[in-house]
Design a binder for this molecule. Structure first.
Ligand SMILES: [Zn+2]
Length: 113
């Protein structure tokens, strides 16, 4: 029996070509998980331009006022790029942000809306 990935057609296991079974390879599984993740994703941010906030209210006020933050997700193509609430709303990349404050020792979770 030959095992083939039903998504990308890569051969996962060599065998009798008359008996082909389909599965999902690790690469496609990873992509699927990533894709599912974007539906309810939290983007990590840090305050931009050396700013810092002392409490959640200050963070929330800055967020609502559309202040810039830096994308702290190293896997993101926008890593270390400035982004504010309007940018993330438009990009539809995430539903929540996790903003580090108080010398990056604490994290505030805010909704993107
Ligand atoms: Zn595959």
């Amino acid at each position: 029996m030959k095992l083939v990935c039903a998504w990308c057609n890569i051969v996962m296991e060599q065998g009798d070509p008359d008996h082909v079974s389909h599965g999902m390879c690790f690469k496609c599984y990873g992509r699927l998980l990533q894709w599912e993740d974007t539906v309810d994703r939290t983007m990590p941010l840090v305050p931009a331009y050396g700013r810092d906030y002392q409490n959640v209210k200050q963070v929330a006020d800055a967020w609502k006022a559309d202040k810039d933050f830096l994308i702290a997700d190293q896997d993101s193509p926008w890593y270390n790029k400035p982004a504010n609430r309007s940018d993330l709303l438009a990009a539809k990349e995430c539903t929540r942000v996790a903003i580090r404050y108080h010398s990056k020792k604490r994290v505030a979770i805010l909704e993107v809306k």
